[in-house]
Design a protein around this ligand. Structure first.
Ligand SMILES: Cc1ncc(COP(=O)(O)O)c(C=O)c1O
Length: 395
């Protein structure tokens, strides 16, 4: 390993987290399964207690080199003080919010966040005495109009789920930091490769690593990368909550991490090709993709992001959701299911109007979220074209 890490992300993806004491010379650190760590002498046990939080094996809940390597690699890629790994993206979100909030605090949350994140606010944080106000993700610096005396954190997703608006994170962060509030960003869509949320003002950058970092649709994982202001809070809270991930899943994430760059470039290329083709398709009303000029926040995406990934939505020109079986049921190359970020293409009909409260969603037909995988792009277009034609016959 080099003495000094390169500042190029592609090199970091290959080299970060591969400390000799963790890998013992093999390329990736092995899967360390551990609960009990044995100490030879009483003196060693006492020494172990002192060093428990300093990256020495102590007890399984404090992690093993497999987890530490992933945390180290992510922190390096994000330019974070440190990162923590969790059993799912939602666990990373919940732990991050609980790290910075306390009873009586007020939270501002973008209206476009992933639906279970909203539910966390409404069902759990409220019970703890933390009130949430939802806001239009395009609010920018005007977020200050929503500040209350007890506003302590702002949570955004960039871009938002289902409708892909790109919030102005630097403007929101500047305002929030003016009142000493924390800024948390769900950065799952872009990954650290295409958007550095910490550099753009977030205090914690959160990833459902279940998606592109694992990248093969076979493990659940979350990661939160924190700056110097929040890392201590995140570490203490996550440990107190008993949050970590199993070493097998961390290993799969570390494996996925190494090929993130090449996979994302292909997702990007395929998705952009299909999005531009769909924009001109007569059955389509709108394509919601941050890299298209029509997407709200496209200018912010151009300014702050270095790429786009495989997830975007289409709005159909007409028709009713109850007839979407005509679109979905005979697809040849697209699967249908929740999640995204694996190597395979997926469709998922969704209804933003059922979820949002601070903004209203209006569209002439149903919305379908697409995840564009690594397949041949002509196969995918043919499949979508046939599906759109089948659906058009329903109205
Ligand atoms: C944007 C976003 N954030 C967070 C999550 C939650 O991740 P997980 O399913 O790993 O809990 C998801 C899952 O779909 C997501 O799409």
């Amino acid at each position: 390993m080099p003495d000094k890490m390169s500042d190029k992300k592609q090199t970091k993806i290959v080299q970060a987290g591969r400390k000799k004491e963790w890998t013992r010379g093999v390329v990736n650190p092995p899967v360390y399964h551990a609960s009990t760590v044995l100490f030879e002498t009483y003196a060693e046990l006492r020494e172990g207690v002192k060093k428990a939080f300093q990256g020495e094996l102590f007890y399984g809940r404090l992690g093993t080199p497999t987890l530490w390597a992933l945390e180290d690699a992510m922190a390096e890629l994000e330019g974070a003080k440190g990162a923590k790994v969790y059993g799912s993206g939602m666990a990373a979100i919940a732990s991050s919010l609980l790290s910075v909030l306390k009873s009586g605090d007020h939270l501002l949350m973008a209206d476009t966040v992933y639906e279970p994140t909203r539910k966390l606010a409404g069902r759990v944080l409220r019970r703890l005495g933390i009130e949430t106000t939802f806001f239009d993700p395009m609010i920018g610096a005007k977020i200050k109009d929503l500040f209350q005396d007890k506003t302590r954190a702002v949570f955004i997703e960039t871009p938002g789920s289902l409708t892909f608006e790109v919030p102005d994170l630097p403007a929101i962060a500047k305002a929030a930091h003016g009142i000493d509030a924390y800024v948390l960003a769900d950065n799952t869509w872009a990954t650290p490769l295409f958007h550095n949320a910490l550099e753009h003002g977030a205090d914690i950058s959160i990833h459902a690593a279940t998606k592109y970092i694992v990248g093969h649709a076979d493990a659940m994982l979350g990661i939160a990368s924190a700056n110097a202001r929040t890392y201590g809070l995140l570490k203490v809270t996550s440990f107190a909550l008993g949050q970590l991930a199993g070493p097998d899943d961390a290993y799969l994430a570390l494996r996925g991490f190494r090929t993130l760059d090449v996979r994302l470039k292909r997702h990007q290329e395929n998705a952009l090709d299909i999005a531009r083709w769909l924009e001109k398709h007569p059955a389509i009303d709108r394509v919601l993709h941050p890299a298209l000029p029509s997407c709200p926040g496209h200018e912010i995406w151009k300014r702050d992001f270095t790429g786009s990934t495989g997830l975007f939505s289409i709005v159909l020109r007409g028709g009713e959701a109850k007839n979407l079986g005509a679109f979905c049921d005979q697809l040849q190359h697209f699967g249908m299911g929740f999640s995204w970020g694996g190597f395979e293409s997926l469709v998922l009909p969704q209804a933003p109007e059922d979820i949002r409260t601070a903004t209203s969603w209006q569209a002439p037909g149903p919305l379908i979220r697409l995840h564009i995988g690594l397949e041949d792009v002509d196969d995918l277009k043919e499949d979508l074209d046939a599906a759109l034609k089948r659906f058009e016959k329903t109205f």
